[in-house]
Design a protein around this ligand. Structure first.
Ligand code: CAA
Length: 240
């Protein structure tokens, strides 16, 4: 039986690229989205991957979403890609408490919500693959991203802990930390700031979605069974 993969934030950007590659590799794929119905419908029309709308920051919403996915796919989730995430960039001295909380809930609490809901069946099956999307900015920090960087660093600690808890159950839990990848999220960066960022990337360019998706394909493979608790940095050579 082909493995069932769920990608959150899976209809656009990096998540959309991962979902497409997983499908091409033969997995049964479901994609979650939240608000952008037009983009999700376009993605579905192009890929035939089933799409499900729910708010990853809300536990009950996730519970209903996971139930719907399992019902449609006729099985429990074998592979979870926690990709959904947002930015609300701003210098800390100007940041509203609401921007802090929204980013925390959407990027980090979501990872708890989704893992909490899939981990039981994975433990029973003695198989699972969980990938949590971190970021270069969770590893090294970034001006204007105290909220986002906190979530992406938090994801690394969460990943290591869940990897330890799951190691004896055939479940691997890893983080992928992309650098600046060309997507809607990075398109929104101001031109003058973007130039400074590119100047700090040894490869001198933003990355491509496929450069992340291919790495995820490796980590979710059944044969990547001895890789757990790592953070895979894919960032064109950016380090501290
Ligand atoms: N490198 C070096 N200096 C930087 C910088 C950078 N990346 N970003 C900002 N600065 C400097 C500015 O030049 C400025 O310096 P001075 O005070 O000496 O003039 C200072 O920091 C304050 O910055 P701004 O003048 O830009 O302040 P602002 O309040 O107008 O705007 C901001 C703040 C909205 C956060 C803006 O700086 C910004 O958009 N920064 C980009 C943040 C960023 O990288 N976001 C990543 C989005 S993509 C993503 O998150 C995906 C991922 O995982 C990588």
């Amino acid at each position: 039986m082909k493995k069932i993969a769920l990608v959150t934030g899976g209809t656009r950007g990096i998540g959309g690229g991962i979902a497409r590659r997983l499908k091409e590799a033969g997995y049964r794929v479901a994609a979650n989205y939240h608000k952008d119905v037009a983009a999700a419908q376009k993605f579905h029309a192009e890929t035939a991957i089933p799409i499900f709308s729910w708010d990853v920051s809300d536990y009950e919403s996730c519970a209903r979403g996971v139930e719907d996915v399992c019902a449609m796919m006729e099985g429990s989730i074998d592979i979870l890609i926690n990709n959904a995430g947002i930015t609300r960039d701003g210098m800390l001295h100007k940041m509203e408490p609401s921007s802090w909380q929204l980013v925390l809930d959407t990027n980090l609490t979501s990872v708890f919500n989704m893992c909490r809901l899939v981990i039981g069946p994975m433990r029973e099956k003695k198989f699972g693959r969980i990938i949590n999307m971190s970021s270069v900015n969770g590893v090294k920090g970034q001006i204007g991203q105290s909220n986002y960087s906190a979530t992406k660093a938090g994801i690394i600690g969460f990943t290591k802990s869940l990897a330890l808890e799951s190691a004896s159950r055939g479940i691997t839990v890893n983080a992928v930390a992309p650098g600046y990848i060309s997507t809607d999220m990075t398109d929104a960066i101001r031109e003058d700031v973007r130039e400074k960022i590119v100047a700090g990337i040894p490869m001198g360019r933003f990355g491509k979605i496929d450069e992340i998706a291919q790495a995820v394909l490796y980590l979710v493979d059944e044969n990547a069974s001895y890789v757990t608790g790592i953070t895979l940095n894919i960032n064109g050579g950016q380090y501290l």
